[in-house]
Design a protein around this ligand. Structure first.
Ligand code: ZN
Length: 363
């Protein structure tokens, strides 16, 4: 958004039912944002890593001012922005001149995310959405007018039904940014105010992907370098994309990976745990021992993080199946904690995950 206005957004227009429906996603980013952002809050301002420069002194790239997001360099060409929705990645082309953004966080930080990504990576050639949830597509509205946004075809029809929730998050965004752990809030607050003022005029198309792929394999360009997109089947939703940049040795798993956290299993959007496990095993085959693995929520990990998610699901499905064989009622099963999985975060999602597995196994 480039509109500016002084009116501060508020929650008074928010329909309570819609707000409650959004509470799960909201819980996800609140929890992830606070813990991860704090971990990076003390880092110094970053410089643009290795970009060609038109400045008079190209060997001394201009320092990038601290942003709202706790940007962290995972390698020379891979920047990470945690919190305020799903984890985002900025992938820089090997010889500069282009970058790709994977996931776009919450709607109220759309303008902020674009500005801070461009400060660090230059022109953004492509935005990739790992799936349709609003905490991953919210920032699309800052890009859709002039930037390619790639997602799986199944994601597109799932965007418009979220319009009211997306607008509600825009309206409450000023308060959210104000209360957040964001490092440099001043400009982010102004951005959020402008978006809140315009919320009711923003159409659903502004959040929709502009380019989709069907089937299992798609691609997105990063300059001359291809990025592989894998849609393996129903997992967290019916449109999860594993984003693999082989030359950068990084994989963004989207919400197929809740690292050390209880997962959100979105059966209404086609989630299936048995297929999710198969997808995770597929993702493992994309990884080498040092491949950077980025979860949708939680800390950056490697292939062992995927192993941990597989173990959680296999152990939990076996456990729930055992309770079903013993004729335990659903309400008793969802209240249980799977042995060995007690230390996971996102406790508020534990019961819901157990219920989803119970329902899937009961068929
Ligand atoms: Zn999600």
């Amino acid at each position: 958004m480039r509109d500016r206005a002084d009116r501060q957004g508020d929650m008074t227009g928010m329909d309570r039912r819609a707000f409650v429906a959004a509470a799960c996603a909201m819980g996800l980013w609140l929890a992830a944002g606070s813990s991860v952002a704090r971990a990076h809050a003390q880092q110094p301002p970053r410089t643009r890593p290795g970009r060609d420069s038109t400045d008079p002194a190209p060997s001394e790239p201009a320092p990038v001012p601290p942003g709202y997001f706790a940007w962290a360099a995972l390698s020379d060409r891979v920047l990470f922005a945690p919190g305020d929705g799903g984890n985002a990645l900025l992938l820089l082309a090997p010889r500069g001149g282009a970058c790709a953004l994977v996931d776009a966080k919450m709607p109220y930080t759309a303008t902020t995310l674009r500005r801070e990504a461009e400060q660090r990576g230059g022109t953004i050639e492509t935005v990739i959405n790992t799936h349709h949830h609003l905490d991953h597509i919210g920032g699309n509205l800052a890009f859709s007018a002039d930037t390619r946004i790639v997602a799986h075809a199944n994601a597109k029809p799932r965007v418009a039904p979220q319009l009211e929730r997306l607008r509600q998050f825009l309206k409450s965004g000023v308060r959210t940014v104000s209360n957040s752990d964001g490092i440099n809030k001043e400009q982010a607050l102004k951005d959020a105010e402008a978006l809140a003022a315009a919320a009711d005029t923003i159409a659903a198309e502004r959040w929709a992907p502009t380019q989709t792929f069907s089937g299992r394999i798609g691609s997105a360009n990063l300059g001359a370098m291809p990025i592989d997109l894998h849609q393996v089947g129903a997992g967290h939703t019916d449109n999860d994309v594993i984003v693999h940049a082989p030359q950068l040795d990084v994989v963004h798993m989207g919400d197929l990976l809740f690292h050390n956290l209880y997962p959100f299993i979105d059966r209404d959007s086609g989630a299936r745990v048995r297929d999710w496990i198969k997808t995770l095993k597929y993702a493992k085959r994309l990884c080498k021992p040092k491949t950077i693995v980025v979860p949708g929520h939680g800390d950056v990990t490697d292939v062992k993080g995927i192993d941990g998610m597989i173990e959680y699901f296999e152990t939990s499905m076996d456990f729930v199946q055992k309770q079903i064989r013993q004729k335990k009622p659903r309400e008793e099963v969802v209240a249980m904690t799977v042995p060995g999985q007690e230390s996971r975060g996102f406790e508020h999602l534990r019961e819901r995950a157990m219920g989803a597995m119970y329902d899937e196994l009961m068929g």
